[in-house]
Design a protein around this ligand. Sequence first.
Ligand code: PNS
Length: 163
Amino acid sequence: MERKAIYPGSFDPITNGHVDIIQRGKKIFDKIIVGVLDNPKKSPLFTIEERIQLIKEIFSQDPAVEVMSFSGLLVDFARRNGVNVVIRGLRAISDFEYEFQMALMNRKLAHEMETLFMMPSLKYSFLSSNMVKEVFQLGGCVKDLVPPQVEEALKNKILNSKL
Ligand code: PNS
């Protein structure tokens, strides 16, 4: 039987830290379903289609990674896909409280749901999508922080919006 896990998030945009977690998840699971939250209330920089397209491009050669959007409850999305493991990245203690709450709420909503926390490489432990957007918008270099496709997309999105 195929071992599957869902890796959910906003991915606005996907960073090297996310990519690192997906690669680590693949050591344990046959398939990682990257679940991209479609939540217009969060007013993301990248549309849901753009976020999905970027992740698909990055993993275009990797059949073990599937990318899907979801809205509503994560546990409903997981159940629809026959998955009972959620992977979340833990960078630092500061992530812990929110992640702990979310994991227990998901278990309350769906008793079979297990959350697996994975630590990214130390070099990505300070990294977040928000930080990447801010650094890029202020003219900083994000080359080692995001895949090349994302750097290109940031250039197009942010530089064009300044014209
Ligand atoms: O990348 P993020 O923004 O930290 O990801 C958060 C995400 C998408 C995993 C979380 O907001 C989520 O699961 N949202 C779906 C709504 C839901 O299921 N809420 C109840 C559990 S807290």
